[in-house]
Write a protein that binds this ligand. Structure first.
Ligand code: ATP
Length: 204
């Protein structure tokens, strides 16, 4: 589906990733772990095609759809979007009007993540957890084969975290490949495999 071979990356000459090899397997969750600054977010950006590797390749099989839940999204907050509009973007297909299935999927995911009552609120008016649940809804409303999730539950309370973990497990059961960067032991224990990144670059 999605294969990373010998990936390397540097920010302004500072090495972050070196010789990373991994594959998104269908019906499987891979946890990406490692200390702060070890390059988990960078790796997800490379896998999503947001950044280009300095070394190695990311190969995506033709037609495989990849959804990314980024960790930092200040640009999204700057848009005057409501919660419902933000989630609907996940079902937006250029050149075609939303179908009933798209509208149903949006309603269903908003109910599951308990943001339906916030539908008309602007993103910038939300709490951190409400905003995170909105972005998770936007990610999971997409019909992707591969989901790249950067610390999906870091801002969430226990109930919301449990709900998101149920969603992760269901997506895996329905055949998706999940790659999840996480510091949370409970979350990484849901994974079928783990890829640990070591700290690189100069020690300060
Ligand atoms: N845009 C950037 N420009 C320069 N350096 C960057 C940039 N983004 C990240 N870095 C550096 O690259 C390294 C890896 O960052 P990254 O965000 O990928 O780590 P992470 O493992 O996701 O960390 P965390 O657990 O804190 O989320 C860090 O040392 C960081 O300071």
């Amino acid at each position: 589906m999605l294969t990373a071979s010998h990936l390397g990356f540097r920010y302004a000459g500072n090495p972050v990733l070196h010789d990373v090899n991994l594959r998104a397997e269908p019906a499987s969750m891979l946890a990406v772990t490692g200390p702060n600054g070890s390059g988990k977010s960078t790796l997800l950006h490379l896998l999503a095609g947001v950044e280009q590797p300095a070394e190695g390749t990311v190969r995506r099989d033709p037609g495989v759809r990849v959804a990314l839940l980024p960790q930092r999204t200040a640009d999204i907050d700057a848009l005057p979007l409501t919660v419902a509009e933000c989630v609907r973007i996940g079902r937006f297909h250029p050149g075609r009007w939303p179908r009933r299935a798209d509208r149903n999927a949006v309603t269903e995911i908003m109910e599951r993540l308990e943001i339906a009552h916030l539908a008309r609120r602007r993103l910038r008016e939300l709490s951190g957890g409400q905003r995170q649940r909105t972005l998770i809804a936007q990610t999971f409303v997409q019909e992707a084969a591969v989901y790249l999730l950067d610390e999906p539950t870091a801002a969430l309370d226990t109930d919301s975290r449990r709900r998101v973990h149920e969603l992760l497990t269901e997506r895996v059961r329905s055949g998706a490949a999940l790659i999840v960067a996480s510091h949370d032991d409970e979350e990484t224990s849901l994974a079928d495999a783990r890829h640990h990144l070591e700290q690189r670059g100069p020690v300060r």
